[in-house]
Design a protein around this ligand. Structure first.
Ligand code: PXL
Length: 271
């Protein structure tokens, strides 16, 4: 049996290679999944101006063509979204999920980038809340995105995370994973998985120093790969937590502005 299970990412290209489509494809490969991409934006960083992120969108009809190639032409076992960049594109993604009756849908509601703590494209964020939460088998906000989706002023503590997970679940996601990460007010990185009945806490000691560019993309890609390979959501999330913890433990510096997770670490060094 040579055929691999297949996953699609609808995401942007991070030219620096740590996040976005690059992180997704590397993670799929590490977890033995065949990856395909519908590219939404190209992000370039400015080496002469503090690594400023510039975003260049791909034309909507070009994204549509890519989706057609993958979904009408090949087929997938699971999918994820990353940076979508506009409300029109979020609408296209919602229509596409319905048209092809896609399942194993992981929504990573990318609204902020490392170092930027305000919502990048408010219209796209509103569309994600309105159209994609209800279509998500798993949604994976960080604490800033969770606060936005849940309509809370902030999410800082474990109690806040649980409150936000409950509210996001009510908006229609099948499973909610909130990534406590470095923004939490204690010395553990606690993620919470909520299925509507039970809160499962996944805690790891915070890792210092850790270079976490691309961590969110990598985590949601690992969940997607697990689902593509037939794991159930809980198993896929637990495996992804191990994958991202290893990737952070072996993360490395890119330059004075940025450092990224090590996508090979789970395979090479285990947990
Ligand atoms: O980490 C968020 C993210 C997602 N997608 C792309 C990015 C980034 C952050 O830089 O460039 C394409």
């Amino acid at each position: 049996m040579n055929a691999l299970h297949k996953a699609m990412t609808i995401a942007g290209s991070d030219t620096s290679g740590g996040a976005g489509m690059a992180a997704d494809l590397k993670t799929f490969e590490e977890l033995n999944v065949y990856g395909m991409t519908a590219l939404t934006v190209i992000v370039a960083q400015n080496p002469h101006n503090a690594w400023d992120h510039e975003i260049f969108p791909i034309e909507l009809k070009v994204v549509e063509k890519q989706l057609e190639t993958i979904l009408a032409g090949i087929g997938i076992d699971a999918m994820k979204t990353g940076m979508l960049g506009s409300a029109e594109l979020v609408e296209l993604v919602a229509r596409t999920i319905d048209r092809f009756k896609l399942h194993n849908v992981v929504i990573d509601p990318v609204m902020v980038c490392k170092g930027i703590d305000t919502i990048m494209v408010p219209d796209a964020a509103a569309a994600i809340k309105q159209l994609l939460i209800q279509r998500a088998d798993v949604i994976t906000p960080n604490t800033l995105e969770a606060a936005y989706l849940a309509g809370m002023p902030q999410v800082k503590t474990l109690e806040d995370i649980k409150e936000a997970a409950g509210r996001i679940k009510e908006l229609g996601a099948r499973y909610v994973v909130i990534k406590g990460g470095e923004r939490m007010e204690n010395d553990e990185a606690i993620d919470v998985l909520y299925d509507g009945k039970e809160f499962t806490e996944m805690a790891e000691k915070k890792i210092y120093p850790s270079y976490n560019h691309g961590a969110g993309c990598t985590y949601s890609a690992a969940i997607t790969a697990g689902l593509a390979n037939g794991l159930d959501v809980r198993e896929a999330v637990f495996q992804a937590k191990k994958f991202i913890t290893a990737a952070l433990r072996h993360s490395f510096v890119l330059n004075k502005y940025s450092g990224c997770t090590n996508h090979t670490a789970f395979r090479r060094y285990g947990q």
